[in-house]
Design a protein. Structure first.
Lengths: 319, 322
């Protein structure tokens, strides 16, 4: 286990290095020429950014220098959104919003997906399961932002049941009910994936030897599913967090923009629109790192929960 | 009729719509016959990927036109008509008009072009990067594989939309005056960005297949005949293991459509004046709830296109596993 842990950590560190390399090379080679203007309050911050990416040096040398700044967690200062403020400060202010939204929508996704996935696995060939699968298919093909707008239109606009935006004017006060729409909209984005994943895990589990043994003892479908298969899906479900975190982070960009929640997604959207490169690069680095760490933790937990994971499988797990 | 066939037919219909867009919707007649000859104004527009926004070619005096054939939707997708703004679906404008009085149906038809164009470019780029790197990693299975696998893992760590916003923000110029060339340039940027953001998925499948095949008799036989590693990979292992890659590429084309729509929705995708489904949905979002036709139809087009790509992908997968 210790050997595996060390190896896994080293590999992840290397991946993290690759993530920073991607972001740096993208910043250096891509051809955009933004017009930030020559205003005296903007120019120094543009220059500071150009210095921080070492724009005058060759790419390998510049990367090495830039990386040493990143090691000190110095993501630079904002150019356009709030000129001169540290990116880490902006991220710190936005993070609690995205954390809340992400946790709420993760829980909501599980609350909806687990019962539906169980029903789908109960009688896979039934009409209800097939209709459900077709519905999921359509849901999967619709962009999250479209679903969010329709929910906003129907529940907040036409029926007036819920607040239209996530925050009240000025972004200060929040009522609990204003979280409902953004949470729902974000959950629907990963719902189809989670239901399918859970259903197939449950079906695999219902075919496993312990389930067949239970069937041989005379247990019925329901008893096998609830008493044997369900408990054994707990371990595979650990992987889920790492799998849907990118979806939640990416989805937060459109959802927070639509519902005016001042989280990381909206910060990224506004920064991209104004070509605030330090903020965009910082957020890309942080979200990719978060995904990497979540996957790593999920893998390690999986290993602790299920020590049978074969050694030979490690190569495959590398990709 | 199988689901996959439905997917292929839908996809074909959307592709034909995109290819023939200027013949289906536009202010330029398809055929004009005058005493001095015949002209085909809409046909020349088919070569341009995006509508150019120029007013229709100054036509001959009406008295000289002997016969002309207009497109079935006789509205230019860019033509602003403030007297006709926010009309619900009905006579004259079958699917209604938007906040500037532009015909929704004409815009939907023309917006199918950038959407499919991005899907095509992105899929091509992700295959061109992903297949060689994935195949090299899988065949090597040593130190180079370890590094390439880290690169694949790194590219897959970025939430897709966030990586796209990073690439689009870095590759696109600041907001200039909108024009046909700005639209065209942003089309290229979006296509390339979506392709670059997805190469890791293709590479991962290709690596897995080549890793599986390199120990088989197929690879052994190829090497035994004296083929070089490059030839073994490119002539035997990649073709033999291409099915999972093709399935993933077809799913990828569907997610490229969503990615393009998301970027356009956020204003970071294909720039106006060229119409895109994402922009149209964004416009409806700012207009409030009464104008449902501005929201429903472009959303339906995205869903239809994505669902048909997904159906095709699943058909490929099912055929391979038989």
């Amino acid at each position: 286990m210790a050997g595996y842990l060390v190896r896994r950590l080293l590999l992840s560190a290397l991946t993290l290095l690759m993530i920073t390399l991607f972001v740096y090379v993208a910043a250096r080679v891509l051809p955009g020429e933004p017009t930030w203007g020559e205003e005296p309050q903007v120019r120094p911050h543009v220059d500071a950014w150009l210095r921080s990416v070492h724009a005058t040096e060759s790419i390998p040398r510049g990367y090495a220098h830039w990386l040493s700044g990143m090691m000190r967690l110095d993501l630079g200062t904002s150019i356009a959104l709030q000129p001169g403020r540290r990116v880490t400060e902006l991220v710190g202010e936005a993070f609690p919003w995205t954390l809340t939204l992400g946790l709420l929508s993760f829980l909501t996704t599980l609350l909806i997906a687990l019962p539906l996935g169980t029903i789908a696995a109960w009688r896979p060939a039934s009409l209800a399961a097939r209709a459900g699968a077709a519905g999921l298919y359509l849901l999967h093909a619709l962009p999250t932002f479209w679903i969010a707008l329709v929910l906003q239109d129907l529940l907040a606009g036409r029926m007036g049941l819920l607040p239209v935006l996530g925050t009240t004017a000025g972004g200060t006060g929040v009522s609990p009910s204003s979280w409902i729409l953004p949470t729902l909209a974000l959950s629907i984005g990963s719902l189809a994936f989670v239901i399918r994943y859970f259903r197939s895990t449950l079906l695999d589990s219902a075919q496993a030897s312990y389930s067949r043994a239970a069937r041989a003892r005379g247990a019925g479908d329901g008893r096998i599913l609830m008493g044997h298969a369900l408990a054994n899906t707990a371990v595979p479900m650990i992987s889920l967090l790492g799998m849907i975190l990118p979806g939640i982070l990416g989805g937060s960009v459109v959802i927070e923009s639509i519902f005016a929640l001042p989280g990381l997604g909206r910060l990224l959207y506004r920064a991209a629109a104004q070509r605030d490169y330090p903020v965009v690069m910082g957020l890309a680095l942080l979200t990719a790192t978060a995904t990497l760490v979540a996957t790593l933790i999920a893998d390690l937990l999986y290993r602790v929960a299920d020590p049978r994971v074969p050694r030979a499988g490690e190569r495959e797990a590398d990709a | 009729m199988t689901a996959a066939r439905v997917g292929w037919i839908l996809l074909l219909a959307i592709a034909v719509t995109a290819a023939l867009a200027p013949l289906l919707a536009g202010a330029r007649p398809i055929v004009i016959v005058t005493s001095s000859g015949m002209r085909l104004p809409a046909v020349s527009a088919m070569l341009h990927p995006l509508p150019d926004g120029r007013p229709p070619v100054p036509a001959e005096p009406a008295s000289e036109i002997l016969w002309s054939l207009d497109p079935p939707v006789p509205h230019d997708p860019l033509a602003v008509d403030l007297g006709q703004r926010l009309r619900p679906p009905g006579q004259g404008h079958w699917l209604g008009t938007d906040e500037l009085g532009r015909d929704i149906l004409a815009r939907l038809i023309h917006a199918s072009r950038p959407s499919l164009f991005v899907a095509a470019i992105a899929t091509l780029i992700s295959i061109l990067i992903g297949v060689p790197l994935g195949a090299a990693a899988g065949y090597d299975a040593g130190r180079a594989d370890m590094l390439l696998s880290r690169a694949i893992e790194a590219s897959l760590s970025f939430p897709a939309l966030i990586l796209l916003l990073l690439l689009a923000a870095l590759a696109m110029d600041g907001r200039g005056a909108p024009g046909a060339d700005v639209s065209l340039r942003s089309l290229m940027v979006v296509g390339a960005s979506v392709g670059v953001a997805r190469w890791g998925v293709i590479a991962r499948y290709m690596r897995g297949e080549v890793l599986r095949l390199r120990g088989t008799d197929l690879a052994l036989a190829s090497r035994a005949t004296g083929a070089t590693a490059l030839r073994t990979i490119s002539r035997h292992l990649v073709p033999a293991g291409f099915t999972p890659v093709a399935v993933s590429a077809a799913f990828g084309a569907g997610s490229a459509v969503i990615a393009e729509a998301s970027l356009s929705f956020l204003g970071m995708g294909i720039q106006p004046p060229a119409p895109t489904w994402g922009q149209m949905i964004a416009a409806s979002g700012t207009m409030g709830t009464r104008y449902w036709w501005m929201l429903v139809f472009p959303g339906a087009m995205v869903a239809l296109t994505v669902a048909s790509f997904n159906l095709v992908a699943e058909g490929l997968r099912r055929r391979a596993s038989r």
